[in-house]
Design a protein around this ligand. Sequence first.
Ligand SMILES: [Zn+2]
Length: 254
Amino acid sequence: MLKFPGIYSDIIKGAWKRTLLNDEEKKKTQKSTYRRRSPAAGGIRSDRIHRHQLGPLAAGKDKNRPPKQISDDWRLVLVNYENPVPEDYTFTLIELRNDQAVDERIYPDLQAMFDDARSEGISIIVTSSYRSYEDQVEIMERFIRDFENQGYSHEEAKEKAEAQVNRPGYSEHQLGIGIDINSEDSSVQSSDHAWRWLHENAWKYGFIQRYPADKTEITHVINEPWHYRYVGKEAAQIMTENNWCLEEYLETLR
Ligand SMILES: [Zn+2]
């Protein structure tokens, strides 16, 4: 019945330096990305990808504002509508068994969280994780094509797409520490069930719900109960106790 039995009990297929990808590995990365978008592979529906990318307040993007990083800690790198992934950002990806990949530094806590969730009867799965810059370009191009097919000119289509999709380079998924988590088999257990457990417990493992419903004006992203971001246990606890999103927490560190 389960498509990926034991997915997190025997998870590691390999690791590679993101900065040292050769052409063969790049193809492999892109191929696995395409696979994980298909319903048969990861249980992820294409509309999930679309919804994930939506930014209702994206019209407020200020492209001229210089990027700012408040902390040197990799766990607190800020990537949002106005802060791109830093150009010199490097990390090592570790591939999960279902063609997902994350920064290897979050793997032990991710594994612990999944183990504990499962021991409590919560069956969860990573449905989207690392996305390369090229993945994001492809998503943006798809949106533009869709609008053009609806009759918009290229310029109009581009403008509409950019209001709905993170510009390539501005997605937290590119860090390898932002992940989407859903129920492993939604016909058995709804994702609401999984998200409720995560909402209450993820902070203990260093993960936060990155885009809560009451922070959309700050994050410029709609409520995404499935998107979790690693910040480390200490920061996650402080943010949870104070009901701060990442942007608010970082302000306290200035
Ligand atoms: Zn996400």
